[in-house]
Design a protein around this ligand. Structure first.
Ligand SMILES: *[C@@H]1O[C@H](CO)[C@@H](O)[C@H](O)[C@H]1NC(C)=O
Ligand SMILES: *[C@@H]1O[C@H](CO)[C@@H](O)[C@H](O)[C@H]1NC(C)=O
Ligand SMILES: *[C@@H]1O[C@H](CO)[C@@H](O)[C@H](O)[C@H]1NC(C)=O
Ligand SMILES: *[C@@H]1O[C@H](CO)[C@@H](O)[C@H](O)[C@H]1NC(C)=O
Ligand SMILES: *[C@@H]1O[C@H](CO)[C@@H](O)[C@H](O)[C@H]1NC(C)=O
Ligand SMILES: *[C@@H]1O[C@H](CO)[C@@H](O)[C@H](O)[C@H]1NC(C)=O
Ligand SMILES: [Fe+2]
Length: 572
C-alpha cells in the first residue's frame, strides 16, 4: 500500500497546522487561502516600504573625525595562510607548446586611449647550466578589435617589444634563474568605455592565445569613474585565492596592487620554503612569480592591473641589482607619464588621477622622483580629474606594531607636497591587516588631509598583523623601526598632541578611525566630483558584504589646492 500523504508529512516532521489543511473541507480551505493571500500582500507591502528607506545609512567623512574603532580579533579566522604547492593544477602552464602565450595580463597606459598587453612565452630555466633565451626569437603581436571573431576586416594588429631578465647569485650552491620571454605590446587609439577582444602571441609560428576581452576606461571628466578593486600583499596562498575570487565576483573595471605580489623571497633558490634574511643574500625562488602570473591570469587577462613595488619585489641579486622581476614582468606607463623609472608613475582612470609612488627608491627633495612628482602635480587639471589618489606600499599612518613608524622619512619628505596638492585618498599595503584613518596631516586631524587606507591583508603566507603599537608592551623601540631599504632614521617621539613626548599612544590614536585584522579586498566607487564610496570586503563574509563602508567626501571649496612650488625648467 502506498504511504498516505499524512504519514509522509509526519515522517518529514511537517507542522501540525499544515497537516490540518488535509483534514479541512473545501469551503474552509478556500477561506484560509484567502486569508493567507491577504496577509502576504500586507506583509509584502510593509517590506517594500522598508526597502525604500536605507536600512543603515553609510557614514560620510563630513561627520568625522570618528572615535577610533578596533574590531576585536576573530580567532576563527586566524589560521595560518598556506602557499599553494608548485604542483597545484592552477599553477601549471595551460598552453601546450612552449612558445604559446601564458601569464597574460593587461595594464593601463596614462589614459583610456591606450592599454598594455603583456605575456610570457618559452620556458624559464633554473639551475647550473641555464642559457638565456633570445627575446627576439618570438614576435610580440596583438590582434584586437570590437568583434569577437577578430576577422581581418574588423581587427587591428599591434607590435611591441620583448625582454628577458635573470636572477643571478654568485654564491656556491645557489641556483640561478633566467625567465621566459616577456612581451609587452601597447594598443593605441582605443575608444573610451568600450569592450575590445584580443589575442596575443606570434602568428608566424602559429602560437596565438585564446581570445580575451577587456573594457577601456571612460573619458576623464568629473562625470565618469571606473569601479576599482584594491588589494595588497597578495602572495599565493589558499587565502589569496579567496581574496581574488571575491574580487572577481565584485566585478571591478580596474585593479590596483599596492605592492608585494608573489613573495618569491619566502623560498630558497632550490624551492624550499624558507625565508632567509641571514643567508649571504636574501634568496628567492623565481618560479613562484611564474606560478603567480598563471594563477592571476583569470583576473589580469580581463581587468587591467596597476602595480607598484613593495619590499618583496626588492629581490637583491648579483651586482646590487634589485626589482628585476617586478620591473620586467609588469607594464607601467612610466615613459608616458614622464617618469624615467618603473618605481613611480602616474595615470588617469576616468576622473581620477593616480600617483603611484615608490617607497623603495629616493624620494627626498633632490631626487628624480620628487622632481617628477612636482612636474606631474603641476599638470593635473582638477576639472578633468577632480580626484587625486596616492598609492604606495608602506603606510605612513599605521598603528599596528608591525612596521610602526617605519616610513617616517618618506612621510617627512613628501607629505607637505601631497597635502598642498590636495590628495584626497592614499592607499597602502605592507601591514597585513586593514586600517582606515581619519583625515590627517602631519599627525594632526585636518579636515583637508587625505584619508589613508591600508589594505595589506591580501592573504600572503606571512603572519597577519594583530598587535597594536598602543597596547602595553607592544610599542617598538625607535631604533628598531627603520627599514634598511628606506633610507635613514626619522622616527622620533611625538612633539604635540596627547602622545607628546612618547613614541606610541596609550590608546588607539585619534588619527586611526577603524582597524581590523582580517584578510580581504577593497572597492572604490567614485560617484561624482565630491562623493566616493569605499567598501572593505573581508574574506570571511560574502563577497558583496562590506565590513567597513564610508563615503569619502571632498570639499573643494574649503580645501583649496595650493599650487606646488614652481618647477625649474633646467631641472629636467
Ligand atoms: C585562511 O584560509 C584558511 C583555509 O584555507 C581559513 O581556515 C582561515 O580562516 C583563512 N584566514 C583568514 C584570515 O581568512
Ligand atoms: C650564477 O651567476 C653568477 C653571476 O653570473 C655566477 O657567479 C655563478 O657562478 C652562477 N651560479 C651557477 C651555479 O651557475
Ligand atoms: C657585474 O658588473 C660588472 C662590472 O660592471 C660586469 O663586468 C659584470 O658583467 C656584471 N655581472 C653580471 C652577472 O651582470
Ligand atoms: C609637522 O609637525 C612637526 C612637529 O609638530 C613640525 O616640527 C613640522 O614643522 C611640521 N611639518 C609641517 C610640514 O608642517
Ligand atoms: C620617547 O618616548 C619614550 C616612551 O615612549 C621614552 O622612553 C623616551 O625617553 C622618549 N625619548 C625622548 C628622546 O624623549
Ligand atoms: C554625489 O553623490 C552622492 C552619493 O551618491 C549624492 O548624495 C550627492 O547628491 C551627489 N552630488 C552631486 C553634486 O551630484
Ligand atoms: Fe611589504
Amino acid at each position: 500500500m502506498p504511504p498516505s500523504v499524512q504519514s509522509i508529512l509526519k515522517k518529514h516532521q511537517v507542522s501540525p497546522s499544515i497537516m490540518l489543511l488535509f483534514k479541512m473541507d473545501r469551503a474552509s480551505l478556500l477561506l484560509l487561502i484567502g486569508f493567507c493571500c491577504f496577509s502576504l500582500i500586507f506583509v509584502g507591502s510593509l517590506l517594500v516600504r522598508e526597502e525604500e528607506e536605507p536600512v543603515k545609512s553609510i557614514p560620510t567623512t563630513l561627520s568625522g573625525p570618528f572615535t577610533p574603532v578596533t574590531v576585536p580579533l576573530d580567532h576563527n579566522f586566524r589560521g595560518n595562510a598556506i602557499d599553494l604547492p608548485s604542483d597545484d593544477p592552477r599553477l601549471q602552464r595551460t598552453s601546450a607548446k612552449a612558445f604559446e602565450p601564458e601569464q597574460i595580463s593587461i595594464s593601463l597606459s596614462t589614459n583610456y586611449h591606450s592599454i598594455w598587453i603583456s605575456w610570457i612565452t618559452g620556458e624559464f630555466q633554473i639551475g647550473d647550466s641555464i642559457k638565456p633565451l633570445d627575446p627576439d626569437s618570438v614576435a610580440s603581436v596583438v590582434q584586437y578589435g570590437k568583434v569577437k571573431s577578430l576577422d581581418k576586416v574588423h581587427s587591428q594588429r599591434a607590435e611591441g617589444y620583448s625582454l628577458i631578465y635573470n636572477q643571478l647569485y654568485p654564491f656556491e650552491g645557489l641556483h640561478n634563474y633566467t625567465s621566459g620571454i616577456i612581451h609587452h605590446v601597447k594598443l593605441t587609439g582605443l575608444s573610451p568605455d568600450t569592450v575590445y577582444y584580443y589575442r596575443c602571441g606570434d602568428p608566424s609560428i602559429g602560437a596565438m592565445s585564446d581570445v580575451f576581452r577587456f573594457k577601456t576606461m571612460p573619458v576623464s571628466s568629473s562625470q565618469n569613474y571606473p569601479k576599482i578593486g584594491i588589494v595588497g600583499d597578495l602572495g599565493l596562498t589558499y587565502n589569496t585565492t579567496s581574496t581574488v575570487t571575491h574580487l572577481i565576483k565584485n566585478n571591478p573595471d580596474l585593479m590596483l596592487l599596492v605592492g608585494d605580489a608573489a613573495y618569491a623571497n619566502l623560498y630558497l633558490t632550490d624551492g624550499t620554503a624558507s625565508d632567509c634574511y641571514s643567508c649571504p643574500i636574501h634568496e628567492t625562488h623565481q618560479p613562484r612569480w611564474d606560478y603567480w602570473g598563471r594563477y592571476m591570469q583569470r583576473l589580469t587577462s580581463k581587468v587591467p592591473i596597476m602595480a607598484i613595488e613593495g619590499n618583496h619585489e626588492i629581490e637583491e641579486q648579483v651586482n646590487n641589482t634589485m626589482f628585476a622581476s617586478y620591473s620586467a614582468r609588469f607594464a607601467f606607463p612610466s615613459e608616458e607619464s614622464g617618469s624615467k623609472s618603473t618605481m613611480y608613475y602616474s595615470f588617469n582612470a576616468g576622473g581620477i588621477h593616480f600617483l603611484m609612488l615608490g617607497g623603495y627608491t629616493s624620494y627626498d627633495k633632490s631626487s628624480d622622483q620628487y622632481k617628477w612628482l612636482q612636474r606631474d602635480l603641476a599638470k593635473v587639471d582638477r576639472k578633468v580629474t577632480p580626484w587625486l589618489v596616492g598609492v604606495w606600499h608602506p603606510p605612513w599612518y599605521n598603528t599596528y606594531a608591525a612596521h610602526y613608524k617605519e616610513v617616517e622619512c618618506m612621510r617627512v619628505a613628501l607629505e607637505e607636497l601631497l597635502y598642498n596638492a590636495g590628495v584626497d585618498i592614499v592607499f597602502n599595503g605592507h601591514v597585513h591587516a586593514y586600517e582606515r584613518s581619519n583625515r590627517v596631516y602631519n599627525y594632526t586631524l585636518d579636515r583637508c588631509g587625505p584619508v589613508h587606507i591600508t589594505v595589506g591583508g591580501g592573504g600572503n603566507q606571512e603572519q597577519m598583523a594583530v598587535k597594536h603599537a598602543d597596547e602595553p608592551g607592544h610599542c617598538p623601540k625607535p631604533s628598531s623601526t627603520p627599514d634598511r631599504f628606506m633610507g635613514g632614521f626619522c622616527a622620533y617621539n611625538f612633539t604635540s598632541g596627547p602622545a607628546a613626548g612618547n613614541f606610541c599612544w596609550d590608546r588607539q590614536p585619534e588619527y586611526s578611525a577603524y582597524r581590523e585584522s582580517s584578510f580581504g579586498h577593497g572597492i572604490l566607487e567614485v560617484k561624482n566630483e565630491t562623493h566616493a564610496l569605499w567598501s572593505w570586503h573581508r574574506n570571511q563574509d560574502m563577497y558583496n558584504v562590506a565590513g567597513d563602508q564610508i563615503y569619502i567626501v571632498r570639499e573643494p571649496e574649503r580645501c583649496l589646492v595650493r599650487a606646488p612650488p614652481p618647477v625649474m625648467v633646467w631641472d629636467e
